[in-house]
Design a protein around this ligand. Structure first.
Ligand SMILES: Cc1cc2nc3c(=O)[nH]c(=O)nc-3n(C[C@H](O)[C@H](O)[C@H](O)COP(=O)(O)O)c2cc1C
Length: 184
């Protein structure tokens, strides 16, 4: 479970709590990764990983490659920052490029492991955020599919606050979609 907020007890964290407590998730061992606690540099674009299959940058991302590969499912909660995911999450995603290999025929193979399930939960401050940040959500769903997730539950919670997110119908809809995908 990836918390893409720098806040460890904010809305994103609360959303991950709600996801991990769901009956449909019982049986999964959940590990929380708070990106705000880690030192993860941006991708340098050096492309060394395309030769060595390993990121040349050694920092707190290094042990996360294996965790991503081994995970059966991936949950991401990330707030909207100026219409996009946080820089914390973007750096994490960009660094996953080290797990993508270019084939001789120019197609790509990914070494993310076989994750079938995914969930993306996005809190934001705007009361209209559920309508205006769909592009951001769609992009994250595409990335999740590249992780190998075939079934991705996703949603945006507008006017989000840690104390009220559990009561939001938008959050309830994310959890219902999660239950549906977990049962497939
Ligand atoms: C730097 C910054 C930029 C933000 N940009 C937006 C934005 O563009 N649209 C929006 O609706 N909310 C925006 N917000 C509000 C957060 O998305 C919102 O408070 C969210 O619930 C925070 O989640 P968290 O408690 O998990 O950090 C911004 C907040 C910060 C700190």
């Amino acid at each position: 479970m990836i918390n893409g907020s720098p806040q460890n007890s904010g809305s994103s964290s609360k959303m991950l709590d709600l996801i991990s407590k769901r009956d449909s998730v019982k049986g999964y061992e959940c590990e929380r990764i708070n990106l705000g606690e880690l030192n993860i540099s941006h991708c340098k674009g050096c492309l060394v990983c395309k030769k060595t299959k390993e990121c040349a940058v050694k920092d707190d991302m290094t042990p996360l490659y294996k965790k991503v590969q081994d995970a059966d499912a991936v949950a991401i909660a990330v707030p909207v920052y100026f219409g996009h995911e946080t820089g914390l999450l973007k750096n994490f995603i960009d660094r996953l490029y080290a797990l993508m290999d270019r084939n001789p025929d120019n197609s790509w193979s990914v070494r993310f492991g076989n994750k079938k399930k995914g969930v993306i939960a996005i809190p934001c401050g705007s009361p209209d955020g559920n309508m205006i940040y769909h592009g951001m959500m769609t992009n994250l769903v595409v990335v999740m599919r590249m992780f190998g997730a075939a079934d991705v539950a996703s949603g945006i919670v507008p006017s989000a606050a840690p104390g009220t997110v559990a009561d939001s119908q938008f959050m309830k809809d994310i959890l219902s979609a999660l239950d549906f995908h977990m049962s497939e």
